[in-house]
Write a protein that binds this ligand. Structure first.
Ligand code: NAI
Ligand code: 15L
Length: 267
């Protein structure tokens, strides 16, 4: 197989469960990790339960790994203290350990919430400044900056995947634009893992949906070509033809409901 050992963090999560199955063809050993219980190791797996905020544990976790898919952490808006431990301290620990163990490449599960304060009338690309829409989004911006630094300073390559909405189906009208099918996610990760040189790349993780907010021209070297579209779900969320109210942040900003979801938000 192309890799001997890949590490997947966040393996007990929604996406982790999918990837735990899909990555096995790529690697002799898939080391799956999470804070939550992962069950027994399956064939071709190593299971390591640990807290990303525990630096010593993460040092051990990353040993003898060739590629890291870093999907672990808090995946929604939460208190600064919780996000600081899981996403900021946790991602720092991953990069320190990657440097220590000479890991060449990381694929970082970033988020569209790094840019959630752009408007739904904006069309943006990865060269434009981040505009996070909450503390969760800020923590993903930290991960993007940190990985940029580790590339410039010590040459660890990273592909930051700004995932849109990767679920079995869109759950609301906004997700018709942000939807990323599981198959397209796996294809994007394949491009991120197997493109010979990626340097430091930010790519939007989105399917070929009819409405688009994000251009991937800055990541064209990855060769990612989404095959799916949210079109088949469009009938679930018909356009009412009404303009949203001027203060309807859910429709005004790309981050949708996240804009108002955090404990930090005080009306
Ligand atoms: P999830 O919340 O289902 O999974 C995250 C996993 O990380 C959980 O199993 C959790 O136990 C683990 N985790 C949390 N704190 C931890 C810690 N301190 N130490 C070790 N493990 C810890 O989230 P999901 O949907 O699977 O997302 C995976 C990654 O992709 C996350 O980093 C998320 O921010 C990112 N993402 C996901 C999107 C989606 O549409 N599903 C969209 C944008 C980003
Ligand atoms: C995210 O970053 C979250 O992890 C995920 O749960 C979704 O809410 C997604 O963004 C989204 O914007 O739909």
């Amino acid at each position: 197989k192309p890799f001997h050992r890949i590490l997947l963090t966040g393996a007990a999560g929604g996406l982790g469960k999918i990837l735990r199955e899909k990555l096995k063809d790529w690697t002799d050993i898939l080391r799956v990790s999470d804070l939550a219980d992962l069950g027994a190791a399956q064939e071709g797996e190593e299971v390591v339960q640990c807290d990303l905020a525990d630096k010593a544990a993460v040092m051990d976790l990353v040993k003898d790994v060739e590629l890291i898919l870093h999907f672990g952490g808090i995946s929604v808006e939460a208190s600064f203290e919780d996000i600081m431990r899981a996403n900021i301290q946790g991602t720092y620990n991953i990069y320190e350990a990657a440097h220590h163990h000479k890991v060449r490449r990381v694929i970082f599960a970033s988020s569209n919430h790094t840019i959630g304060f752009y408007k739904t009338t904006d069309f943006i690309d990865a060269t434009m400044p981040p505009r996070p829409d909450g503390i969760y989004g800020v923590s993903k911006c930290f991960g993007e900056s940190l990985s940029r630094y580790y590339y410039d300073r010590v040459g660890i390559e990273t592909v930051c995947v700004r995932i849109g909405s990767a679920f079995p189906a869109p759950a609301n009208r906004r997700m018709l634009t942000t939807y990323l099918s599981y198959d397209d996610l796996v294809e994007l990760l394949r491009c991120a893992a197997f493109t010979p040189r990626v340097g430091y790349t930010i790519v939007f993780g989105v399917s070929d949906n009819r409405e688009k907010w994000w251009s991937n021209h800055a990541a064209s070297h990855l060769g990612y070509e989404p095959k799916d579209s949210s079109d088949k779900f469009a009938h679930l969320f018909p356009d009412t033809g009404r303009y949203p109210d001027a203060d309807d942040v859910g429709s005004t900003y790309q981050g949708g409901g996240f804009i108002l979801s955090g404990p930090q938000y005080k009306p």
